[in-house]
Ligand binder design. Structure first.
Ligand code: KIV
Ligand code: ZN
Length: 513
């Protein structure tokens, strides 16, 4: 018996982007879009076009390059939003407009200040506007998880009649439980007379850690589209994680009556790309994409795995893309080999100049680290693009850090600001702390440090450390990234990268703020 298709709708670049500090630039969105397409994601939600001209351009640009996936934009249920969205996606080979309005009593009363009948009328009108641009229209009753089921039946029947082809049921605040949510989807499908004229979709947030469980329960009850993000990125505790949903459905084909089209070997590269661009690192014990997800430490497990893999492994690491950790390039690799590998990784640099700059960076790294892996290349390109995009107002010229047992750690740093070199030195509780203090004594940014984290990009003590620094100033939150075989240098680079982002006028937006 042939199985149904489960449509994978990725909202990393829309809902995921709403996490504080995860906002992306247009070029970053294009890189992510290419990777999502390579992974065979069915629908890519690229942004919220009415939120700003920058997001409009980004969605339009994604619509212009993606060939195989549907490109979708989000719009509130008002004429301006829907028309902006329609304009942004209309150039796509397969465009979709996704419009939404809240339906829970608390949202209708306190946020919208609208009567339920007005909400229905607005939703129906929004779907009709959207249909002027495309016949692929999705409607979401926001906060459906806390909405009254009778009201949901009324509004959803009406929007399907108005032309919505996908009905997406969001658990906006991550409140529902798997059994309840699955039953909700089943009841809506059973009770709404025209429910068979739409694809049923779900969109779950992870506030109680149940986003994936709720989504899977919905799939078992007839949902055939799941909205999710790479690494579970998203507001607050995030969205349902794409990799967990895809692999749960694939691994438990004995239970699920459907499967996705996803090329799972692209999952780990996608995870790396998104964490590199957003600065949201992946916890080591994260399912599927965490560094330890396939590591068998305990002796008893190792013994079993050596005798027969399936004693303890339910999936194979290489099936989700954990094969990239192979030597790809080295000190003697030439520019062509470098360019070819970038192309294989889906990285297209905008100009010869950018390629030359990245190649120089690669050569510098190859001098310090003999084996260069795909992960190193991804980090190198993220760093290069980030510096290029944010037009390096501040630049790290040199750094000396000293630490010795029994002595106060100390750092001496030269930073150029708008081309003018400045030197400072400071002591701190460690060399990183001392370096940050020295930088601050030069730039005096007044920014608040919200997060500092270090990850090794590949394994081994010669691996590059990838540092994320999250800074906040005047309500803006940015993530800076830096990579180097010396983690003090990586930290200083990350701090300066974050300062450049704060300084830059480049549009990095967080649509719902
Ligand atoms: O969480 C939510 O309700 C949303 C909708 C706009 C789908 O993101
Ligand atoms: Zn959401």
């Amino acid at each position: 018996m042939s199985k149904d298709k489960l449509i994978v709708f990725d909202t990393t670049m829309r809902d995921g982007e709403q996490s504080p500090g995860a906002s992306m630039t247009k070029d970053e969105k294009l890189r992510i879009a290419r990777q999502l397409e390579r992974m065979r994601v069915d629908v890519i939600e690229a942004g919220f076009p009415a939120a700003s001209d920058g997001d409009f351009d980004a969605v339009k640009a994604v619509a212009g390059i993606v060939k195989d996936s549907t490109v979708c934009g989000l719009a509130r249920a008002n004429e301006n939003d829907v028309r902006r969205c329609g304009e942004a996606v209309r150039g796509a080979r397969s465009p979709r407009v996704h419009t939404f309005i809240a339906t829970s009593p608390i949202h209708m009363e306190k946020k919208l200040r609208m009567e339920p009948s007005q909400v229905i009328a607005q939703a129906v009108q929004a779907v009709k506007w959207a249909r002027e641009y495309t016949d692929n229209v999705e409607f979401s009753p926001e906060d459906a998880g806390r909405s009254d089921i009778d009201f949901l039946c009324r509004i959803l029947e009406e929007v399907i009649r108005a032309g919505a082809t996908t009905i997406n049921v969001p658990d906006t605040v991550g409140y529902t439980l798997p059994e309840y949510f699955g039953a909700l989807i089943r009841k809506l499908r059973e009770r709404i007379p025209n429910s068979d004229q739409a694809v049923w979709s779900v969109h779950c947030h992870n506030d109680l850690g149940l986003a994936v469980a709720n989504s899977l329960s919905a799939v078992l009850n007839g949902a055939r589209q799941v909205e999710c993000t790479i690494n579970g990125l998203g507001e607050r505790a995030g969205n349902a994680s794409l990799e967990e949903i895809v692999m749960a459905v694939r691994t438990r084909q004995d239970v699920f009556p459907c499967d996705t089209n996803i090329d799972a070997t692209q999952i780990v590269p996608a995870s790396r790309l998104v964490s590199g661009i957003t600065g949201f690192t992946v916890q080591p014990n994260k399912a599927i994409v965490g560094a330890n997800a396939f590591a068998h430490e305990a002796g008893i497990h190792q013994d079993g795995v050596l005798k027969s893999r399936d004693t303890y492994e339910i999936m194979r690491a290489q099936d989700v893309g954990w094969v990239t950790n192979k030597l790809v390039l080295g000190k003697h690799s030439g520019r062509n080999a470098f360019k070819a590998r970038l192309t294989e990784l889906g990285i297209v640099l905008p100009s010869e100049e950018a390629l030359n700059a990245a190649f120089k960076r690669f050569k510098d790294l190859a001098d310090k680290k003999h084996e260069i892996f795909d992960e190193d290349l991804q980090a190198l390109i993220s760093e290069e693009e980030s510096e290029h995009l944010d037009s390096e107002h501040f630049h790290l010229v040199s750094l000396t850090a000293h630490s010795e047992t029994g002595e106060l750690p100390f750092a001496k740093i030269v930073v150029s600001e708008a081309g003018k070199e400045k030197l400072a030195q400071a002591t701190g509780s460690g060399p990183v702390d001392a370096s940050f203090k020295a930088i601050e004594s030069i730039v005096d940014s007044g920014a608040e440090l919200l997060l500092y984290s270090v990850n090794n990009i590949t394994s081994g003590t010669d691996s590059q450390g990838e540092v994320t620094v999250r800074l906040s100033k005047d309500g803006r939150i940015v993530n800076g990234l830096g990579a180097d075989t010396d983690i003090v240098v990586a930290s200083a680079k990350a701090y300066i990268n974050a300062l450049n982002k704060l300084h830059s006028k480049l549009e990095r937006l967080n649509p719902q703020v």
